[in-house]
Ligand binder design. Structure first.
Ligand SMILES: [Zn+2]
Length: 318
């Protein structure tokens, strides 16, 4: 088998993983490249659409209604989370953090920064940024049902990255890149539409983690067959280098899901099962105390660069 990231041809080790988010439990084969470590699906299923039902999470619950005080607090928090300005927002962030926005802070963005979000679903993150005062934003997602025009002016367009021709300061993928069949062409296109010195932010699950080592095919973020590629830090370095990017920084940002989700899969409980913590915490196998313990262990793993997901910051030369 030939690795689709680094090209190494070996008898790579193979694994069989079941579809466990929806609970279909059909089996999918993956192999782990001996050279770069990327775990990848052997054959991309021709009928991937059937694994993305109408209520798939990225399609729902954008622009949740809330009272105006709450909205004002969230705006302060989001401004702090994205830019690091506003001390009161910092306080709000401490009690109700927004991890997606926190991943933007190393980019030192301002409200004029041009940001393109690829695979953004209904655009939850962009709405937060818009609410915090950012205006040069666009979201695209080819799997949305139609274009979305929010009343505040934010647009989400139904198309993929290959149709994009603009010039951007930041192009970001928040847990969408692992779903895309052609990793190199996608990252090359991100490179092409960035200004010199611009950054691609790629947040993905990673096999360079405790969870993959410990849970193996029960690892919740393997997410067969939707996740086509589970990169290692090394395979992201290889891919970035082939395209012309420099991998500038890697920040681990995993959370408790890696424990409770994977332990549920070990017990044959799908993510969408009524007994799942995601559906009904009180009917799940985990006490609130246990979940707090998982959160604490996740913070420890992140500090050790062993969490099960990370943000990769790829810089285009200036
Ligand atoms: Zn490889």
């Amino acid at each position: 088998m030939e690795c689709r990231i680094c090209g190494a041809i070996h008898e790579h080790r193979t694994y069989t993983a079941k579809e466990m988010m929806l609970g279909l439990r059909d089996e999918h084969r993956y192999f782990e490249c001996k050279q770069c470590g990327c775990l990848q699906i052997v054959t991309i299923p021709p009928d991937l659409a059937r694994y993305y039902p109408e209520n798939y999470y990225s399609y729902s619950d954008a622009a949740k209604a809330g009272n105006s005080l709450k909205k004002a607090l969230m705006r302060l928090r989001d401004t702090w989370a994205a830019t690091g300005t506003g001390q009161f927002g910092r306080l709000v962030n401490f009690f109700a953090p927004n991890a997606k926005l926190a991943s933007l802070r190393p980019l030192k963005i301002t409200k004029d920064t041009r940001i393109l979000d690829i695979g953004c679903g209904t655009g939850h993150l962009l709405l937060s940024l818009y609410g915090a005062g950012f205006k040069n934003l666009l979201g695209i997602d080819p799997f949305n049902r139609e274009n979305i025009a929010y009343s505040n002016g934010l647009r989400i367009e139904k198309r993929d990255i290959f149709s994009e021709q603009g010039q951007w300061d930041v192009v970001m993928f928040h847990h969408s890149f692992e779903h895309l069949p052609d990793q190199r062409a996608t990252l090359q296109q991100a490179f092409n539409i960035l200004k010199p010195g611009g950054v691609a932010l790629v947040r993905i699950p990673t096999v360079s983690s405790f969870a993959w080592q410990h849970y193996g095919v029960h690892w919740v973020q393997l997410d067969a067959p939707r996740h086509l590629y589970l990169h290692s830090v090394k395979s992201m370095q290889v891919l970035a280098g082939k395209v012309g990017f420099t991998l500038e920084q890697t920040v681990y940002d995993s959370f408790a899901l890696q424990f409770w989700g994977s332990e549920q899969y070990e017990q044959n409980i799908p993510l969408r099962d009524p007994r799942s913590y995601a559906e009904s915490p009180k009917d799940s196998p985990f006490s609130p105390h246990k979940i707090r313990d998982f959160e604490a262990r996740s913070r420890e793993l992140n500090a050790l660069n062993q969490g099960d997901q990370a943000a990769f910051y790829l810089r285009k030369p200036g």
